[in-house]
Design a protein around this ligand. Structure first.
Ligand code: FAD
Length: 503
């Protein structure tokens, strides 16, 4: 069996590409297979009629400089290491929340401005607000001073544990705590606790009680340090930059190449089979597919089957990519918004509307005088399976559902429906197909009460098969899967005798 590369990577999501770029630069050859014709998966871009849309992600952490974000600025560190230039533009507000009862609050980059606005709204909870957000800051202070590495790499653990014994111990203790329980130590106002729920739900798709304090400490503190920065050219620029890194050091990304099987013999992975029947071999295979796709589809041996209910399956999405006349966006409008009309429904399917207008940061993404409005709500594949495509029923259902989301969004953007010049809709079925993800899911979540360390790490039960991406620790989000990529690459590089220097 001729070896095609040292490491084969299934999928060019940000997790897979991070592994490929870091290993390739270290002299470990990599070959990435991507079923689509572009890299990036949920963090890719696509173009239509002069608009360049973000397929999914558009709120980005990890581009801060060293002083402002410690070691959490992984994108900055990786691109600097690879010698690849990715320009970004600073976003002064992470999310502008529009909540029931006319409660609206932008989460400003300035921590003081954010806390002052929240304390103005809940003066009786002023002290509790400070103490709660200080707890997140304490987690941030620890995490931003530790180097990124694999929790399965004993050398890394020993190095971190010996260099930072106090911080390591404190962090380990904090992994047992949830964001919601911590909030309830200091805060009792029900509306404020619901605000804290939406602060976690907006990126974790879980309420605060189900969200680990450690994850919250990254997202809700780093927004005030490294901040939110948008890549000029759109989300796909991150993936394209990583591909340039892989190719610069001699690696290969093969597009339109779906892996249909991970070849396992005697409990050890040694290659992949593509949809065209071609087999390619390597010492190690890394899967960037979800845990369910990897073990219930790509690895055919039923002994490795992973039950859906082992994790809480996050829903999928219904997305609207709109090209609109620029006049609909008022002066001073923020880029990212979250709209909740009814607290009883915010965590139900379709209950919360997410909204981004990235052209406010990068006008080059749309024709002159136009803007992009990207709206999405949670949705399930099961809601879309019964519609017949051949007789136009599916298309009609898509348009009807999209109209309801647009009408709801008019609350924060009056005149939206009449301003639309181009519209593209994606159902959960689109999501399932485009990302090759089980039920188009946002990925596996921890069950309430589970410790963040119970999220799968990179090693799997199959020897020489590792996993990367949002099925692995620490979870969903572009910066999170980048961490998972760094940890996976670090582990492999150490095993191959070419350990990576800390970023
Ligand atoms: C609508 C939406 C909005 C989001 N917004 C944000 C945001 O604002 N900020 C943020 O940080 N995160 C956001 N996220 C989450 C973030 O985008 C994801 O968590 C992250 O990008 C997932 O990366 P990944 O490496 O796990 O792989 P994915 O993005 O899932 O990519 C996997 C890749 O592997 C390919 N693939 C899969 N199976 C195969 C196979 N068998 N053969 C070949 N190729 C295969 C797929 O085609 C895909 O390209 C959002 C996600 C969605 C869906």
């Amino acid at each position: 069996m001729h070896k095609s590369a040292d490491v084969i990577i299934v999928g060019s999501g940000i997790g897979g590409l991070t592994v490929g770029a870091l290993l390739q630069q270290q002299g470990i050859s990599t070959l990435v297979f991507e079923q689509n014709s572009v890299p990036g998966g949920s963090c890719s871009s696509f173009s239509r009629n002069g608009y360049r849309f973000d397929a999914g992600a558009s709120v980005f952490y990890g581009f801060g400089d060293d002083l402002s974000s410690g070691t959490l600025n992984l994108h900055t560190r990786i691109f600097r290491k690879l010698g690849i230039d990715v320009k970004t533009v600073h976003d002064p507000v992470q999310i502008h929340y529009h909540l029931p009862g006319g409660f609206a609050l932008p989460a400003h980059y300035s921590r003081k401005l954010f806390l002052d606005s929240l304390q103005d709204r809940f003066p009786h909870e002023g002290e509790g607000i400070k103490k709660f957000y200080d707890e997140l800051e304490a987690v941030y202070d620890i995490l931003s001073s530790l180097p990124a590495g694999s929790l399965e790499d004993l050398m890394h653990l020993a190095q971190v544990g010996l260099t930072y014994p106090g911080k390591t111990f404190t962090l380990a203790m904090k992994t047992f705590r949830s964001m919601g329980k911590t909030a309830r130590k200091y805060i009792s106002d029900e509306e404020l606790l619901r605000f804290i729920d939406i602060e976690s739900y907006s990126w974790a798709l879980q309420n605060a009680l189900s969200t680990p304090l450690v994850n919250a400490g990254i997202c809700l503190a780093d927004r005030h340090h490294g901040g939110i920065n948008y890549p000029v050219g759109g989300s796909g620029v991150i993936a394209e930059g990583l591909v340039r890194g892989i190719e610069k050091y001699g690696g290969t990304v093969r597009y339109r190449s779906e892996v249909v099987e991970i070849l396992v013999e005697g409990g050890s992975a040694h290659g992949v089979k593509l949809a065209n029947g071609e087999c390619c071999y390597a010492d190690v295979v890394v899967s960037n597919a979800t845990v369910w796709d990897t073990f219930n589809r790509l690895v055919p041996d039923p002994r490795y089957h992973v039950a859906e209910e082992k994790f809480q399956r996050a829903p999928s999405w219904f997305q609207l990519y709109l090209g609109v006349d620029g006049s609909v966006i008022p002066e001073g409008f923020h880029v990212h918004h979250v709209l909740v009309e009814d607290w009883k429904r915010y965590d139900q399917t379709g209950g919360t509307i997410y909204f981004s207008a990235p052209t406010l940061l990068d006008p080059s993404l749309a024709p002159s005088g136009k803007h992009i409005v990207h709206l999405f709500v949670t949705a399930e594949t099961s809601e879309w399976e019964s519609f017949e495509k051949s007789n136009g029923q599916y298309l009609k259902a898509k348009e009807a559902f999209a109209r309801t989301v647009i009408a709801r969004t008019e609350k924060i953007l009056p005149g939206l429906a009449d301003s639309i010049e181009l519209q593209v809709f994606a159902t959960p079925s689109t999501h399932e197909r485009y990302l090759n993800r089980y039920k188009g899911s946002y990925g596996p979540l921890l069950w309430p009460g589970q410790n963040v360390l119970q999220k799968p790490q990179n090693l799997t039960r199959v020897k020489n098969l590792l996993a990367v991406g949002d099925s692995t620790f620490p979870g969903q989000g572009v910066i999170a899967v980048t961490y998972s990529g760094v940890s996976c690459a670090s582990y492999i590089a150490r095993q191959m005798g070419k350990p990576l220097a800390y970023l």
